[in-house]
Write a protein that binds this ligand. Structure first.
Ligand SMILES: Cc1cc2nc3c(=O)[nH]c(=O)nc-3n(C[C@H](O)[C@H](O)[C@H](O)COP(=O)(O)OP(=O)(O)OC[C@H]3O[C@@H](n4cnc5c(N)ncnc54)[C@H](O)[C@@H]3O)c2cc1C
Length: 402
């Protein structure tokens, strides 16, 4: 039987691959012909090689989603670091002072707060799942143009091939070509911050603790890796980031030892490094007839709470559910009213997270004495208010879960 509907997913990042796996494994998948197109080469993860530069904090909810599509076992068996503790503090305070926010997995009766995983490993694990399906994968293929032809979209690849789609899923990242080509307006708020990313060997063991120190220029996130190193995401001004990028290993190690307030003793650079300019973006519309945006194509948030990929995974789950329900009811999966159900499910939650991250970044970056006092009072209050802490932890843990 020929499939009834063609779905083209543009982008084989974490969100694009996951929505492909959810659609391919869902009810009525035999009625779908799914193609995933990505401009880059197929990602290759090799466990014998160095931990890659880009790692993400993945919530237990997102790990559950990977488990549901059959990708988690491969990730778990290959290389992950489960973290059990989290400490967040302000540069004006001591690392373990009364205002430090503390979260411990055992306090909540759970084995871990989340996992630190290499981005390529996640993608490889989902690709292994997709290999057992009928999904077509086209790597090194860039979408050059797209337009409406009758009720469908026609997409042109850089080698001249044409793909017709009843539904286009734009999962092509924060600078989405698809989103811009169809004229969806995107609001953006430049942070004037750059994230410097590298791995370091700490003098004091990380003890499976994720730490974040809020500095005036931006937060310094320190994530534990399975081999005892830590991965840092240092958000700072573009000028300091440029210095950090050009510094030799010894200088960069000293800069980060200072920025971390010596919480790990001396830090030694022990890995690659990179830098990422940051901005928040949010598409005004997530859907058009026959087209839906997911992941960073719809919204890019500040990395300070490690939520970007987790939000994209929730989009993937919501869109796959909406499409599956539409097929069940005999509706066209690209119908605008069908796709609006997806937009209603996700836009509000993403808006809240985007504003929360932007607000936190502003609050902690402020020099104002009054805001500084309010911030510390708020953190102390948060530490002693059982239900609010519990609620916040549940929200963070569940990111990626329904
Ligand atoms: C420094 C930093 C740290 C972060 N840490 C975390 C964290 O700890 N936890 C977390 O949850 N999130 C984190 N994030 C956010 C997270 O990395 C992103 O939200 C996530 O990777 C977005 O995934 P995506 O699949 O939507 O898009 P992307 O990963 O950007 O994938 C888009 C894909 O589309 C392809 N593409 C683009 N244009 C075209 C085209 N025209 N034709 C074909 N293909 C195309 C690209 O090749 C790419 O593979 C961090 C981000 C940064 C910058």
């Amino acid at each position: 039987m020929n499939p009834d509907y063609g779905i083209v997913i543009v982008g084989a990042g974490v969100t694009g691959l996951t929505v492909a796996a959810l659609l391919a494994g869902g009810d009525h998948s035999e009625r779908l012909r799914i193609t995933v197109v990505d401009a880059a080469a197929r990602p290759q993860h090799n466990v014998d090689e160095e931990v890659e530069l880009r790692v993400s904090a993945i919530s237990t909810g997102s790990a559950g989603l990977f488990d549901s599509i059959g990708a988690w076992q491969h990730i778990r068996e290959t290389r992950v670091c489960a973290y059990e503790h989290m400490r967040v503090w302000d540069e004006a305070d001591e690392a373990d002072g009364p205002s430090t926010l503390r979260f411990d997995a055992d306090e909540f009766g759970i084995p871990q707060l989340g996992f630190i995983i290499e981005n390529t490993l996640v993608r490889q694990a989902v690709l292994r799942v997709l290999e057992k399906t009928t999904v077509d994968m086209l790597f090194r293929s860039t979408i050059k143009s797209l337009g409406r032809v009758g009720q469908r979209y026609r997409l042109e690849l850089d080698d001249g091939r044409l793909l017709d789609a009843d539904l286009v899923v734009a999962a092509d990242g924060a600078r989405s070509f698809v989103r811009d080509s169809v004229g969806i307006v995107v609001n953006s708020w430049p942070y004037e911050q750059t994230a410097v990313v590298t791995h370091l060997r700490p003098q004091i063991p990380h003890r499976y603790t994720a730490r974040q120190r809020f500095l005036r220029e931006g937060p310094l996130g320190m994530l534990p890796l399975a081999d005892g190193r830590i991965s840092v995401v240092w958000t700072t001004t573009p000028a300091i980031a440029a210095l950090a990028t050009q510094a030799d290993d010894r200088e960069l190690g000293s800069m980060l030892t200072e920025a971390s307030d010596h919480v790990f003793g001396d830090l030694t650079v022990a890995g690659p490094r990179g830098s990422f300019p940051l901005s928040a973006t949010h598409a005004q519309d997530y859907v058009l007839p026959g087209l839906a945006l997911i992941g960073d194509a719809a919204h890019a948030v500040h990395p300070l709470a490690g939520q970007g990929a987790n939000l994209g995974l929730q989009d993937a789950r919501a869109l796959a559910e909406v499409v599956s329900n539409a097929l069940e009811r005999g509706e066209h999966p690209g119908d605008r009213l069908v796709l609006r159900r997806y937009e209603r499910k996700r836009k509000g939650a993403n808006t809240t997270m985007l504003h929360l991250m932007t607000g936190l970044n502003y609050l902690f970056a402020s020099d104002s004495l009054l805001l500084g006092e309010l911030r510390r009072a708020g953190m102390r209050l948060f530490n002693v208010s059982g239900p609010i802490r519990e609620y916040a932890v549940r929200v963070a843990l569940d990111a990626g879960r329904r």
